[in-house]
Design a protein around this ligand. Structure first.
Ligand SMILES: NC(=O)c1ccc[n+]([C@@H]2O[C@H](COP(=O)([O-])OP(=O)(O)OC[C@H]3O[C@@H](n4cnc5c(N)ncnc54)[C@H](OP(=O)(O)O)[C@@H]3O)[C@@H](O)[C@H]2O)c1
Length: 137
């Protein structure tokens, strides 16, 4: 995650949602850690850190929690293979780009959709090799 997302979570450290799961935070600033959490602070080229992050995840997936700026850097390097977009039926009138990339991506393949009675719709896309991936049952 990026520093903006970490700052939001740091405001309520007792609600840290990741337990002891390794978390990597990209920042050019100094931040305190959170008691009991496994956090690595890094700065620079996301491509450089990607192998270590994947190694840290072991057999599991890497979740890029956000925000949008950091996610865009990974997307520009072709390092995002799945994306979950939740459409919330509210018009804001202004805001940030959902995924600020340097150049347009190839189209993602829609793997799955889920809807809730609240009106939220989750869209699950695959990119690159994940375009043909089956969504988990
Ligand atoms: N809707 C969602 O699903 C979702 C998901 C995640 C977050 N959010 C929200 O989005 C907001 C934060 O988003 P954001 O786009 O402002 O912030 P962000 O991506 O979480 O953080 C941006 C910051 O990350 C650091 N950073 C980014 N790339 C870096 C790099 N390559 N090397 C070193 N540092 C790097 C920089 O921090 P420094 O200035 O410290 O260098 C930059 O200012 C929060 O309010 C959060 O709650 C929403």
């Amino acid at each position: 995650m990026g520093a903006g997302t970490y700052r939001t979570l740091l405001a309520v450290p007792e609600s840290w949602p990741y337990g002891k799961i390794p978390v990597w935070v990209f920042t050019r600033h100094e931040f305190p850690g959170i008691s009991g959490a496994d956090i690595t602070f890094v700065r620079g080229d996301v491509e450089e850190f990607h192998p270590d992050i994947v190694y840290d995840a072991g057999e599991k997936n890497v979740l890029l929690a956000g925000g949008a700026n950091l996610a865009g850097q990974f997307m520009d390097c072709g390092l995002i293979d799945e994306m979950f977009v939740t459409v919330v039926p509210v018009a804001l009138g202004a805001g940030r780009p959902m995924l600020p990339v340097a150049r347009a991506t190839q189209p993602g393949a829609l793997l799955e959709t889920r809807s809730e009675d609240t009106g939220l719709v989750q869209l699950h896309y695959g990119f690159g090799d994940a375009r043909g991936r089956q969504a988990p049952a």
